[in-house]
Design a protein around this ligand. Structure first.
Ligand SMILES: Cc1cc2nc3c(=O)[nH]c(=O)nc-3n(C[C@H](O)[C@H](O)[C@H](O)COP(=O)(O)OP(=O)(O)OC[C@H]3O[C@@H](n4cnc5c(N)ncnc54)[C@H](O)[C@@H]3O)c2cc1C
Length: 401
């Protein structure tokens, strides 16, 4: 599956950061990670830290899947509001899922320091505003639920939003203290390079074709005919997991993003804030560390990559019309527009854990608008699984829930 159109901003901004060799001999390891995007890179970091002999492979160039298309907002807020998630899975699971995303942001900050990252991690607050009058009542309910659960939130009236952020035509919103943004493409590359020096073996342009699940270990056959014998496999294959796993567990969506030209004054008063709204599908925006405004949204059901990419012009106009409504005076000069595929689950939560059809293996699949923060939680969960320990969230993130 083609996961993105051909011009995601991060890929152009960073270029080809590092190229790794393809696999040219048989190998043996404790842990084989399939998928070298942000998820595989984070999980590889954890496995190396835990002392496992680890190999990571990717069928593309490293980080050329969804990780090159992501807009990398790091939010504790899940696509499904907390009060709705409580109705779906109960108070404990819902609050712990939100708290896990919040902790992931703190963990990511520590990680960026550990690897001396230059991927622009920046702490930001988050504004979730009502775009229609009818959304105000449930958004206030959401605000009260989050406050009760201990999150640092405040309610802003439309006038306050206008004064603080010069955003017009809103109906009030929740301002949250916790949040951040990063260049996930660059950061994944940094993580891999850091761990390569600690023994991680990295092979790109190496597709896993099939796996024999034997007693106590697996035998992965790669595209050029070489085998990797691994005690455990961790699948970090992103949305292409839909071609591995038979049952329906995620709805694929096409999503769109655009960044402006560099402009030091552009939206100065949201440079420390991520903004998203209650539209369905929602739009979201943030500034980048090179002074651009990045806006995304316009999600539609995914049909195929061609249909997705045909919508680029139409979606750009749609997104910019929404921007005009809230920011009528802003002159937005588009530099790049791109499309990507992402997945939505029934409860906004990821799938992290075992699957009965894949022995000696785990999946770490961070879906939805919190894909990256879920992948950070996936590091901690994979580490626990490897030690045969349960994780508090296993029950809520498991297949067949
Ligand atoms: C436009 C857009 C905006 C987004 N915005 C946000 C956001 O603001 N915040 C957020 O948290 N998330 C966001 N997401 C989601 C986030 O980008 C994803 O959750 C994340 O990139 C997934 O990373 P990954 O490593 O799991 O998947 P990928 O980056 O797709 O990596 C999976 C890798 O597996 C490899 N692979 C697959 N099958 C095989 C095989 N058989 N053999 C070898 N390799 C294989 C692929 O080549 C691929 O490189 C967004 C997504 C998109 C598209």
């Amino acid at each position: 599956m083609d996961l993105k159109s051909n011009e995601p901003f991060w890929l152009l901004k960073n270029g080809l950061v590092t190229s790794y060799p393809s696999l040219k001999s048989d190998e043996e390891c404790d842990v084989l990670i399939i998928g070298g995007g942000i998820t595989g890179s984070l999980v590889a970091h954890q496995m190396i830290k835990d002392g496992y002999k680890t190999i990571i492979i990717d069928k593309r160039e490293i980080c050329n899947g969804s990780t090159s298309a992501t807009t990398s907002m790091l939010q504790y807020e899940i696509d499904v509001p907390l009060y709705e998630l409580i109705e779906l899975i109960g108070e404990k699971g819902a609050a712990e899922s939100y708290k896990a995303c919040s902790k992931s942001i703190d963990d990511l900050e520590k990680l960026t320091k550990e690897v001396k990252s230059r991927a622009g991690f920046k702490r930001k607050q988050s504004l979730y505003f009502a775009s229609k009058k009818k959304d105000v009542s449930w958004l206030i309910k959401e605000y009260e639920t989050r406050k009760k659960a201990g999150f640092e939130v405040s309610w802003l009236e439309p006038k306050e939003i206008e004064e603080k952020f010069t955003l017009h035509n809103t109906y009030g919103g929740i301002l949250s203290k916790q949040g951040a943004s990063i260049d996930a493409f660059k950061f994944a590359h940094e993580l891999l390079r850091f761990n390569e020096k600690k023994g991680l073996k990295i092979f790109d342009k190496t597709e896993m074709k099939s796996v024999k699940y034997l007693k106590g270990y697996n035998f992965a056959l790669t595209e050029h005919g070489f085998n990797i014998k691994a005690k455990k496999i961790i699948y970090c294959v992103g949305y292409e997991s839909t071609s591995l796993i038979k049952e329906h567990f995620v709805d694929l969506k096409s999503t769109f993003a655009t960044v402006s030209e560099i402009d030091v004054d552009i939206f100065k008063n949201i440079e420390n804030t991520m903004v998203w709204n209650t539209d369905d599908p929602y739009i979201y925006m943030r500034t980048t560390d090179d002074n651009r405004l990045l806006i995304g949204g316009g999600d539609e059901d995914f049909v195929n990559p061609e249909k997705r990419d045909d919508l680029l012009n139409k979606k750009e106009k749609e997104i910019l019309r929404t921007l005009k409504r809230i920011k009528p005076d802003l002159k937005f000069y588009t530099d790049f527009v791109w499309a990507g595929t992402f997945g939505e689950t029934k409860d906004g939560l990821p799938y992290i854990g075992e699957h009965e059809k894949f022995k000696n293996s785990y999946f770490v699949l961070g879906f939805g608008g919190n894909g990256i923060t879920f992948s950070v939680t996936g590091m901690e969960m994979a580490s626990a699984f490897m030690k045969n320990k349960k994780h508090l969230l296993s029950e809520y993130f498991k297949f067949g829930r």
